[in-house]
Ligand binder design. Structure first.
Ligand code: ADP
Ligand code: MG
Ligand code: MG
Ligand code: MG
Length: 401
């Protein structure tokens, strides 16, 4: 693998696309644009001006694009991403881009072009409502998590999957940037100087950090299901009637609540950001109401689908003990709360900011939203063991606003 690796230029990518079988005609007039806005990879969007046919080529770089060559990063993540996308395509084909093929020399995936969709985060910043979003994400979560778990798979097969999706370098990024660095004065942190006092109160909060240590341990040791691993609103593409999940390069086996928590954290970040983005009180309240409603529907839909899949497929004597499914879901909900809290705090204090907050221009106004994000994040972690229902989560956000 990767012996003949070379990062493609825009020109190389066009030639490469032209050589793909069954895609473009011999006389195709290919235009190419590198559209990668993520932190790590190259994404080429190649269109035949004549036929309108198009393809996306996503190529991993051997380092983190945001930082540069000083931060080397395994190309194996591209294999993991392609395999995770193919796995999801078997379970929920309508909710992921189709993978045409994976090139294990160039660390490159050719996939369906979703340019008629936009990144969910952008839609949320613009205050758009997506009527299908909650139902689609609930289905994505229930199916991808249930069918890759111990509850469905035979124990042998599940362990083989754990091995296939071992992803130590990407996990290390999460372990550092989500579960460690934001909670002490680490060099990687970068935050608005106006919120220093609140950040320092987090650094001093022993009880909070003890809970985060537990969550970190759970993330690192609990191989419950194949996670997407990076399910923020920048990894979801949407249009009015369609939802697609992209970018599972952090995929690995971990606790179910980690993916659910990632989605919910990002909806809560949007929720606080609209204090600044939407001036009109009535419109703001309506939008924030839709966001919290979406959070509740995602959890409720996830739970409903997961229960249905369980009822249909679970055969194991012990998994079938009455009440055990309730325990699994209860644990997942409490984990969702804790992981969502970490994901919110890290976006404010840590290395990778989110556009929802970053796009608030006035630093003082941004600070207000950031402090609310930190307060919600902190409470989600501190109270995670007393969460009973998803409305406990949304009420917590409501109260802090
Ligand atoms: P990274 O891993 O570097 O974050 P992503 O997979 O998130 O890369 O892709 C970066 C950007 O490229 C996305 O935000 C989106 O705008 C665009 N993109 C990625 N995949 C597709 C696709 N299949 N169709 C259209 N645009 C895409
Ligand atoms: Mg991305
Ligand atoms: Mg920051
Ligand atoms: Mg990525």
């Amino acid at each position: 693998m990767f012996e003949n690796y070379k990062a493609l230029t825009e020109k190389d990518a066009v030639e490469y696309a032209r050589s793909l079988p069954d895609l473009f005609a011999g006389d195709a007039e290919l235009a190419n644009r590198e559209i990668g806005d993520g932190n790590l990879n190259l994404v080429f969007h190649i269109v035949d001006q004549k036929s309108g046919k198009s393809v996306i080529l996503k190529q991993a770089l051997p380092y983190a694009r945001v930082v540069g060559e000083s931060w080397p990063l395994t190309l194996d993540r591209s294999r993991i991403e392609a395999e995770a996308l193919k796995q999801a395509a078997k379970l929920v084909p309508e909710l992921v881009p189709a993978v045409y093929f994976y090139d294990d020399q160039l660390a490159l995936t050719a996939m369906e072009d979703l340019s008629d969709h936009i990144i969910l985060r952008k839609g949320l910043i613009a205050g758009k409502v997506y009527p299908r979003l909650a139902e689609d994400l609930a289905k994505y979560l229930a199916h991808t998590l249930f069918f890759t778990s111990e509850y469905y798979l035979d124990a042998q097969e599940k362990k083989e999957n754990v091995r296939r999706f071992i992803n130590p370098e990407m996990c290390k990024i999460t372990e550092d940037l989500v579960f460690t660095d934001p909670y002490y004065n680490a060099e990687t942190n970068s935050f608005n100087p106006l919120i220093r006092e609140t950040v320092e109160s987090i650094w001093r909060n022993h009880q909070l950090k003890r809970e985060i240590a537990r969550l970190k341990e759970s993330f690192m040791t609990r191989t419950q299901a194949l996670l997407h691993g990076d399910l923020h609103t920048g990894s979801i593409m949407v249009k009015e009637d369609s939802t697609k999940v992209i970018d599972p390069e952090f995929a690995y086996y971990g606790p179910i609540g980690f993916d659910v928590g990632a989605v919910i954290a990002n909806l809560f970040l949007s929720f606080v950001s609209h204090e600044a983005h939407t001036q009109d009180k009535k419109r703001r309240e309506e939008y924030q109401h839709w966001l919290l409603d979406t959070v509740e529907q995602i959890w409720n839909g996830f739970e409903r689908e997961f229960r249905a899949l369980w009822k249909e497929h679970v055969k194991d004597e012990m998994w079938s003990v009455p009440g055990f499914l309730d325990d699994v879901l209860f644990q997942a909900l409490q984990d969702t709360s804790g992981f969502a809290g970490c994901k919110m705090m890290r976006r404010v204090i840590g290395l990778a900011p989110v556009a929802d907050l970053e796009s608030i221009e006035d630093p003082a106004v941004r600070a207000e939203a950031e402090i609310k994000a930190l307060q919600i994040g902190e409470q989600l972690v501190l109270k995670c063991k007393s969460i009973q229902t998803v409305s406990d989560l949304t009420n917590l956000a409501r109260e802090i606003l």
